[in-house]
Design a protein around this ligand. Structure first.
Ligand code: NAD
Length: 361
């Protein structure tokens, strides 16, 4: 049976890194007869340039029809002067929201070969393996009312709204518990229940859900403490579950513990398991077009897609193994380069992964 995969290369380094991920996908597709049909569409700044908006109707239609979506990254300085409602990032938020991709899974895994690339001491991060489950379609980024208004005294005021319904908290909470169950059975729910009522409710629902998952050890932590603990002793965490904005910030911090954001994939899932897969990083305009970006996070996103949405865990394992092999062989893009390793560009790194796949027994 064929499976439709929508490829969204986006902006900045997006097309460069996507090219390598597509080569890898096509290779395993041919070799393993996966029946994947790859289609390309526009999202973000490139869509604004071509159609006037960041999420064209045609892209949304293809996204809805697809079995799964692989995205590189969107955005860049060219589109920053546009009003927020028309910026590339709106395309991303729009697709997440239209497809109800409410669960964002962000693993922060430190490859042993890269322990020295972390800004923390190797003993603090060696063996790090955290999964952050971030709520993705609610909270402050979507809450209404929002805007900038002028007060009676003529001063302007910016305002946003943080809301979470019980059902929204419960569905992301369940994902957190389910993921913890598949791992080390420890779930830390992050909130700011001492200050924000929306997260007071969050804590109450998480505590209630724990009764259905008695085998999972649930703890609660305020977000400011969670930020400190992530830097102080990150290995205390197994799975963390949190609301949209806290998750946005904490998952970037966790990503940095691993040495490079260029290594980290992510998944955003709907309630049926359909998903959009993308690297954790952005479009890196500072290095776009130079052929130096790290394509591994996008390649690992393709692996995650095979595992979570396409039921091809064994093929995902092969890709992850190939990535580990190229790190063993000493290949490094600039972002993970250390003395004694071999610096390569985007295309060479993609080629090395392909060669490692070809060499697998
Ligand atoms: P960024 O992740 O693009 O870049 C941060 C730093 O990490 C830069 O120095 C960059 O060169 C480096 N970096 C990122 N990915 C890399 C890779 N694969 N290989 C090597 N180095 C890499 O974050 P930013 O600079 O805050 O944002 C740039 C643009 O990307 C903005 O327009 C932002 O809105 C957008 N953005 C998009 C997404 C997304 O598409 N999901 C996510 C975050 C930011």
């Amino acid at each position: 049976m064929t499976k439709k995969i929508l490829i969204l290369a986006g902006d900045g380094i997006g097309p460069e890194i996507m090219q390598e991920a597509v080569k890898v996908l096509q290779f395993v597709n041919d070799q393993e007869n996966l029946g994947l049909e790859l289609e390309q569409a526009l999202l973000g700044g490139c869509a604004i340039d071509a159609t006037g908006g960041p999420l064209p109707e045609a892209t949304l239609k293809l996204a809805k029809e697809a079995d799964s979506i692989l995205l590189a990254a969107v955005g860049g300085p060219k589109w920053e002067p546009l009003p927020i409602a028309n910026r590339p990032e709106k395309g991303l938020l729009g697709i997440r929201s239209a497809l109800e991709l409410f669960a964002n899974l962000r693993p922060a895994i430190l490859y042993p070969q890269l322990a020295s690339a972390s800004s923390l001491k190797p003993e603090l991060v060696a063996g790090l393996d955290i999964l952050i489950v971030r709520e993705l379609v609610g909270g402050m980024y979507f809450g209404k009312p929002r805007g900038i208004r002028t007060l009676e005294n003529g001063e302007r005021e910016g305002f946003n709204t943080l809301t979470y319904k019980e059902s929204e908290i419960e569905r992301i909470g369940r994902i957190g518990f389910e993921m913890a169950r598949k791992r080390n059975k420890k779930l830390c729910s992050v909130d700011k229940a001492n200050v924000l009522e929306a997260t007071e409710l969050w804590r109450e629902i998480m505590t209630k859900l724990n009764k259905e998952y008695p085998d999972v050890q649930l703890s609660h932590m305020y977000v400011d403490n969670a930020a400190m603990q992530l830097i102080r002793a990150p290995k205390q965490f197994d799975v963390m579950v949190t609301e949209n904005m806290f998750g946005d910030i904490l998952s970037d911090a966790a990503a940095m513990l691993t040495g490079s954001i260029g290594m980290l994939p992510s998944a955003s899932l709907d309630k049926t398991g359909k998903g959009m897969y993308e690297p954790c990083h952005g479009s890196a305009p500072d290095i776009a077009g130079k052929g130096v970006a790290n394509p591994l996070a996008t390649i690992l996103s393709a692996a995650m897609m095979l595992r979570y949405s396409l039921n091809q865990g064994r093929v995902a394992d092969r890709i992850e193994q190939a990535v580990s092999t190229v790190l063993d062989q000493g290949y490094r893009t600039g972002d993970i380069f250390t003395e004694g390793t071999q610096k390569v560009g985007t295309a060479q790194m993609g080629e090395a992964v392909l060669n490692a796949l070809k060499a697998q027994k």
